[in-house]
Write a protein that binds this ligand. Sequence first.
Ligand code: FAD
Ligand code: SIN
Length: 523
Amino acid sequence: MIKVDFLVIGSGLAGLSYALKVADYGKVCIISKTKIDETNTNLAQGGIAAVTHRPDSYKKHVEDTLIAGDGLCNKEIVEMIVSEAPKQIDKLVEWGAKFDKKPDGKFDLAKEGGHSEHRVLHHKDHTGNEIQRALIAQIKKHHNIEVIEFHFAIDLITQHHLGFSVIRHHTDIECYGIYLYDINSNKIKTVLAKTTYLATGGIGNVYHTTTNPKVATGDGIAMVYRAKGLIENMEFVQFHPTSLYNSGERPSFLITEAIRGFGAILRTSDGSEFMLKYDKRACLAPRDIVARAIDNEMKIRGDDFVYLDCTHLSSDKLIMNFPKIYQKCLSLDIDITKDFIPVVPAAHYLCGGVKVNNQAQTSIKFLYAAGETSSTGMHGANRLASNSLLEAVVYADKAARHAISVINEIDYNFNIPKWNDEGTSNLEEMVLITQEFKELQQIMTNYVGIVRSNLRLKRALLRLEILYKETEQLFERSTVSLKLCELRNAINIAYIIIKMAKHRKESRGLHYNIDYPLKNKLL
Ligand code: FAD
Ligand code: SIN
């Protein structure tokens, strides 16, 4: 049994920055499913949005966020996050993260889709890697922080595990820690925690093509769902318009939106520009519009990709600002200074998730959530580019402040039973698990992707129900394995996405259903 004041599940920006902030107030344990740096954070390219100087203003950043969010953002939350951004950027810089600067010492700000100003701080084209590096260096220095890698959080421990079958109201549920699976030894441990903090990231692997690393299977959200906590806005799955088309590569390599901010142009296979047909902001329209336009052009022409053209841009500047993209493409014989880059949309970011209040508290007592796993009200129906790193670091701070203020009032619950594995055996059904995961990804990609319809959603749910029953049976009968747990979680996530998508009787933001056409728009 492990006993800890602050339990942190996840080692991306949300997890590590929270850990650093609470570490002076008690023992901290960070759990990471694989290596500490296998995170969405580590892959972030474009940067982190923040208002740093005029002519930009909080008002403009708030407005851009609300416009992208298509009427579903919580304005108060957006204002709070946008105005706290400079303070949290200062903290990241203090921890050692380096953002590119111009010769005059000011930040070199990039522009991305939906932003009315240049406001994205970045470290060339690998900002997330720089942030992750800086935070890991700080974490290693702190004596109160233990990092446990290659461990998988299976389930939250709540009253349910103590035998309470009837809980009157969802706000009465309490979290006492987690059951934790040691991937190397195959043992299941009990972790008792005064406070538990979920920073488990995204869900990209529920889809066939994704920019997310393989750890992104929605585990935190699935755990909260099974514990009967509140979840919202799951129908809003963001597809990034431009991932590199390279059949079979997983995760798909991202071609940052900042390159379009730099002047790159989307073209169809015959070389024609097409974005102005769809939006006056052309290639820098918000992501939902660009992804749908690309999807439409590919379908009309029967093409597998569209092109991104950088060939008219200064080669030197291109290579200097986007070195990773240049090298990656070159490794596939694409010289971006001379050749068009083949790109396709890929599942990228989940706008919804575990519902939290303005202090990052979930509906479950002693449980916080932040980062991509959470739903704060910031993104509404569609996230503005580079707003997620910002949201993660601001909400980690909110959660830390609250957890620190209550930690001394919370006791451990010592009545927790061990993980119940009665009636299970090692069935070693990897074939079934792998095939069911593939089926799940096909269902979600074919019926619950960029373009949806009532019939497609209905069909998806019918197919999913079969997978759900088969997987639950397997889970009941088998000893725990990583792949089986991930499949079970991914099926839970798919179920919630479909249910919420069916419930939304309109097209809005990232949820586009052809049975509810958008007014005054081409798509
Ligand atoms: P993550 O960084 O994804 O970390 C999740 C952690 O949870 C991992 O450590 C994982 O091991 C752990 N975990 C998950 N499940 C379990 C489990 N069951 N048990 C134990 N541990 C678990 N956003 C921007 O704002 N700007 C950008 O430029 C940008 N670029 C991006 C580029 C790419 C390619 C991708 C994929 C995303 C990008 N995003 C960007 C989005 C942004 O990176 C993420 O939303 C953000 O980093 C999420 O941080 P996080 O801390 O919430 O989760
Ligand atoms: C990108 O660099 O295009 C990704 C930015 C983001 O997802 O916010």
